[in-house]
Design a protein around this ligand. Sequence first.
Ligand SMILES: [Zn+2]
Length: 471
Amino acid sequence: MLKIYNTLSRKVEEFAPISPPNVGLYICGPTVYDYFHIGNARTFIMADMIRRYLEYKGFKVKFVMNITDIDDKIIKKSVEEKISASEIARKYTEAFLEDLNRLKIKPATVYPKATEHMDDILKMIEILIDSTAAYNVNGNVFYDVSAFKSYGKLSGKKTDEIEAGARVEVMEEKKNPLDFALWKKSKEGEPSWKSKWGNGRPGWHIECSAMSCKHLGETFDIHAGGNDLIFPHHENEIAQSEVSNQKTFVKYWIHFGFLNINKEKMSKSLGNFFTARDVLAKYSAEAIRLLFAQAHYRGPIDFTDELLAASEKGLEKLTNLRDAIESALSKNKPGEVDPDFNLQSFEKRFNEALDDDINTSQAVAVIFDFVKEVNRKISEFENLNIDFYIKIKEFLIRTAGNVLGIINFDAEDVKSDSLLENNLIGLLIEIRQKAKKEKNFQLADEIRKKLEEYGVILKDTKDGTDYLKRN
Ligand SMILES: [Zn+2]
């Protein structure tokens, strides 16, 4: 049973999605005015590992990651670069998707953009005004924090305490310093959208409330993001969504810890600011992922060249084993020796680690124990049989490959290869099944042998026939 820490309850809870096997997962994506930094990369990679583990466990995950493609920062950049705001957004959205891909992050089910959800955003603002939780002052619409009694429940902050010490934007028009903008009146020449309250653009917080509701419903399973978003962003999302929908917004809140560079906070002024691109120019995505996986997702992580180099070195153990497996499987005459190897115990430990609040560092330890044990068997016996190699390859693909994303096999996920190819193999398996039923064992055997010649190995199990592609 998967257990996960919920920021809202401040407890480790059993994970029980609203309508299993479906899981709705929302993560706050980027504001596209620049390349994202390695601290953001940590958030995206850890969310990716959680999503992959849920899929490994059989959940069907709808992964929604928004793109804020209109914002003050985008407008500022467009003035600096003398190109339109939409052109800035397009350029950095493209770069964002490219970098996610290079970090081996599985694509989201949907990447909703703020500018494509204006109707949903306006509708939600209207509901908030109608329920007196928002007010319009000269074309600027604000959320009235005093309208939501539970304000502060996620961050644990009390409104009077926040007011005393917070760096909140002071605007004369606001009733209360904590109130925040839902709709911002546009200045001359700025990109704007029509609304009842005049031309303007949405505030950042309302975008996430409107888009998550549109794609995942009024109540959904998991909302994730960096620690720095708990207050005020996620607190504000809750306030908007729960007043507007009159329902619990999110069941589980997951937050990722900070990333430090050589034990210092990363900042442009300290000169230790790195984009994901900068790091990818020197290190592999797998090394970055392995480094992140070795720390608990909630805690801080230190990011240094030495640690990355060590991570790169650690990966060699995995890639060496992969190459040994591929080479053994490509031999014409595989061995006959059946080693006594308890694969299930490793799979069990891998599961237990991740079920325990996504303890990726423990899961990584299991993988390296596995590598050690397999290497011991390989050096102990000369002629291990093909079944052994197939099983350990499948295990590594399932765990280190599909869940942690720290190793690639050429045919990494047999099921995701060319659809036509897989359909054709499926068809042949069906025909073979039929032949067996009709006691035409000669045909059944011929199909099996022919497929094996082409590198497709059939495996009959109690649930039917599965297959594996040998390179
Ligand atoms: Zn958000």
